[in-house]
Write a protein that binds this ligand. Structure first.
Ligand code: NAD
Length: 470
């Protein structure tokens, strides 16, 4: 009997669609197709792999409105933010397109007359790269175009075939991505969507794949690493964060507050690199909180299909329990609630799960809100007396995705940030990703890197050629 995945609009709790789930047999069949197609795909000249990817990039722009509407319907992401994500994805694709040839290029690393054995030939040593083969791309729902294309674009360009499991919360978007790739000229057995939730993901890991590239939570990432371990295949994990920001005493308070409020609440705080805790020097603490709250008041919460909505519904209903528990834990331990703190009574005719933007102050590291990933519109702001104290608190986490410092001098910022264990370091900015820099987490934030040249090479395996003539 076929199982179905129910796609629910989180803004209205209405059923949008039922999508058949791939059972184990279907997953196995798809894995065989991807295996059979891989050799021919890798054997094509790079130009023939580049062409459809460039066409895909153009189609994203042409169809941005329709694609954004689908993403908003199934994830609740405000329409303006959904469209921004889609329209920014071609910048990442451009980076891969422009750099893949150079990263993949074989290099002669040594060349000499061969004299160790009888004969008079030449010895050439070449470092070359082969694709991994068939890779599984198990993806998250919060930025399906960004986190998806970070993986499947360079994987395809480097000659891998891809078994792509979109999140169960972004399945329609996953199918739209597949349709667009096919329309662009990617063969249907080169990029294959695998549909379903965790069980389907687990079934995918049972297949004879050559690598798994996962974006999601630490808890699932750990399961993936354990399941993949006996296969000794490449495992890359892009996981969650508890990203800190430190505001020094010499900042322009209003500017820092506006930047950090956006970093904390954009996409309802449902970003891996959302600012999740803020440390503020005592000299500017009160002013900063006042400015921060002023910015939060300007955020429009409501119907995600409306262009001026900044905060939509939570994409996942159960997250309301996580947020409510973090707020009540903090309040029971002495935090002050400055705004929000609970689900919103709908001021509009929608039934979805909305949580009001929440700011907690007088927080400490005894509270879950300062230690566990929140992944929602809740932020804790803590007073500190020195750079040293801020560094110690920023490092008091198992995660290590990003960290930010707001201050006047670049030297002070880099000095502080170089002592904080994070994959990305920001001075006077936050919650940003560049295609030219590696996107990488430390500790519970994952292992490996996407984007940058590292994010292309990760889909390749090196081979040393020892070539002797004569
Ligand atoms: P999740 O871990 O719940 O799910 C991620 C994917 O794993 C989904 O496709 C899901 O179906 C699949 N899955 C679940 N159980 C599985 C299993 N046992 N075996 C195989 N696959 C399984 O994460 P989510 O809710 O989709 O995403 C939110 C999390 O992702 C947050 O923690 C966020 O910080 C993180 N994230 C990280 C990055 C990054 O770049 N570091 C980017 C986006 C999101």
């Amino acid at each position: 009997m076929t199982d179905f995945l129910s796609v629910i609009n989180p803004a209205t709790e209405e059923l949008i669609k039922e999508i058949p789930v791939d059972d184990e047999a279907a997953v196995a069949k798809k894995a065989i197709s991807a295996r059979n197609a891989q050799g021919a795909w890798a054997a094509k000249p790079l130009s023939e792999r580049l062409k459809p990817i460039e066409a895909f990039s153009q189609l994203l722009v042409q169809k941005a409105d329709t694609l954004a509407a689908t993403m908003t319907a199934e994830t609740g992401k405000p329409i303006s933010q959904a469209k921004s994500e889609i329209l920014a994805t071609p910048q990442r694709i451009d980076f891969f397109v422009e750099n893949v040839a150079q990263v993949m290029a074989a290099q002669t690393v040594h060349h000499e007359p061969w004299s160790a054995l009888p004969g008079t030939g030449q010895l050439e040593e070449i470092l070359a790269y082969d694709p991994l083969g068939v890779i599984a791309n198990i993806s998250a729902w919060n930025y399906p175009y960004f986190v998806g294309s970070n993986v499947f674009i360079p994987a395809l360009l480097t000659g891998n075939t891809v078994l792509y499991k979109p999140s169960e919360i972004a399945t329609m978007t996953g199918l739209a991505i597949a349709d667009l790739l096919y329309e662009s000229g990617i063969p249907e057995d080169v990029f294959i969507p695998v549909l379903g939730a965790g069980l389907t993901g687990a079934a995918l890991l049972e297949q004879p794949i050559d690598g798994v590239f996962f974006t999601g939570s630490y808890a699932t990432g750990q399961k993936i690493a354990i399941a993949a371990a006996p296969k000794l295949i490449k495992v890359q994990l892009e996981l969650g964060g508890k990203d800190p920001a430190y505001v020094c005493e010499d900042v322009e308070v209003a500017i820092a507050a506006a930047s950090l409020a956006d970093g904390a609440f954009y996409n309802n705080g449902q970003s891996c690199c959302a600012v999740e805790r803020i440390y503020v020097h005592s000299d500017v603490y009160d002013d900063f909180i006042e400015a921060f709250l002023k910015t939060v008041e300007t955020f429009t919460l409501g119907d995600p299909t409306q262009p001026d909505t900044y905060l939509g519904p939570l994409s996942r209903k159960p997250q309301i329990d996580v947020l409510t528990a973090q707020v009540s834990d903090a309040l029971s331990k002495g935090a002050t609630l400055r705004c929000g703190g609970k689900p919103v009574d709908q001021p509009f005719s929608l039934r979805g799960v909305y949580f009001s933007p929440t700011v907690l102050t007088e927080v400490t590291h005894d509270m879950a809100v300062m230690k566990a990933e929140t992944f929602g519109p809740v932020i804790g702001i803590q007073k500190v007396e020195s750079d040293r104290e801020a560094i110690a608190l920023m490092n008091d986490t198992d995660y290590g995705l990003t960290a930010a410092v707001y201050c006047q001098e670049r030297g002070r910022a880099t000095q502080i940030l170089s002592q904080v264990n994070s994959g990305s370091a920001y001075w006077n900015c936050c919650d940003r990703v560049s295609p030219k820099l590696p996107w990488t987490g430390r500790g519970h934030s994952g292992m490996g890197a996407t984007l940058s040249a590292e994010g292309i090479r990760t889909f390749l395996q090196p081979r040393g050629w020892h070539l002797r003539t004569g």
